[in-house]
Design a binder for this molecule. Structure first.
Ligand code: AP5
Length: 210
């Protein structure tokens, strides 16, 4: 299965990608997590991305296309993958097509802007492995500690309400048009993201025919 998860910031892409990846035994490629790791390690890409991410702006297409090309070339992608948060613009989607990146299904997780803010204020993320939690909807087993790797959880800098509002505006301006792009290719399915996490996973698996 080669899957793209689309959706607004906070729609639940990372949460669902983790669950679907475990179920189908395929890797998740999250450009957000890759960029945050690059920032942590102070790489040239990280230095370029930091200010943009903190302001809720998109990282340039050529940087993202390079990151994805490099990641998809790794052996663990041979049997499928989940692209989480990429593509994010029409040029990124076109680049994937031109590079012959195979996509079987595109699932857009649908959620109203009004629901997003509550999700973001309750979000806690693992600074080490990138796992995402919510203090009410999806709490870790031990408060403040990642279930997967035992590291401390933190609040993302770009989850401040004013930055979230900007990220939502960017989503509507740049990313939402991808639904039409993939609908024209006959690959798009819509799933309701405003329901319990388990129910959304069930609907995504159904949309994949699993
Ligand atoms: P990225 O990390 O991809 O952020 P995003 O797309 O804005 O998405 P989020 O990670 O905020 O949300 P999500 O949909 O994964 O939701 P989650 O599952 O965590 O990108 C960050 C930045 O990097 C971008 O702004 C940009 O600068 C840059 N970037 C990345 N990719 C790029 C690209 N391709 N091109 C250019 N720039 C790029 O859930 C959110 C919260 O809700 C969590 O607390 C979760 O526990 C909770 N939750 C999830 N599902 C439910 C549910 N069903 N019910 C209740 N709560 C739920």
């Amino acid at each position: 299965m080669r899957l793209i998860l689309l959706g607004a910031p906070g729609a639940g892409k990372g949460t669902q990608a983790e669950r679907i990846a475990a179920q189908l035994n395929i890797p998740t490629i999250s450009t957000g997590n890759i960029l945050r790791e690059a920032i942590k390690n102070g790489t040239p890409i990280g230095l370029q991305a930091k200010g943009l991410i903190d302001q809720g702006k998109l990282v340039p297409d050529d940087v993202i296309i390079g990151i994805v090309r490099e990641r998809l070339a790794k052996a663990d992608c041979a049997n499928g993958y989940i692209l989480d948060g990429v593509p994010r613009t029409i040029p990124q989607a076109q680049a994937l097509l031109e590079q012959g990146v195979e996509i079987d299904r595109v699932v857009s997780i649908e959620i109203a802007d009004e629901v997003i803010e509550g999700r973001m204020t309750g979000r806690r993320v693992c600074g080490t492995c990138g796992a995402s939690y919510h203090i009410v909807a999806n709490p870790p087993k031990t408060e403040g500690i990642c279930n997967s790797c035992g590291s401390e959880l933190m609040i993302r800098k770009d989850d401040k309400p004013e930055t979230v509002r900007h990220r939502l505006a960017v989503y509507h301006q740049e990313t939402e048009a991808l639904k039409g792009f993939y609908e024209n290719l006959g690959k798009l399915r819509l799933v309701n993201g405003d329901q319990p996490i388990e129910a959304a996973t069930r609907d995504i698996l159904a949309a994949l025919g699993e």
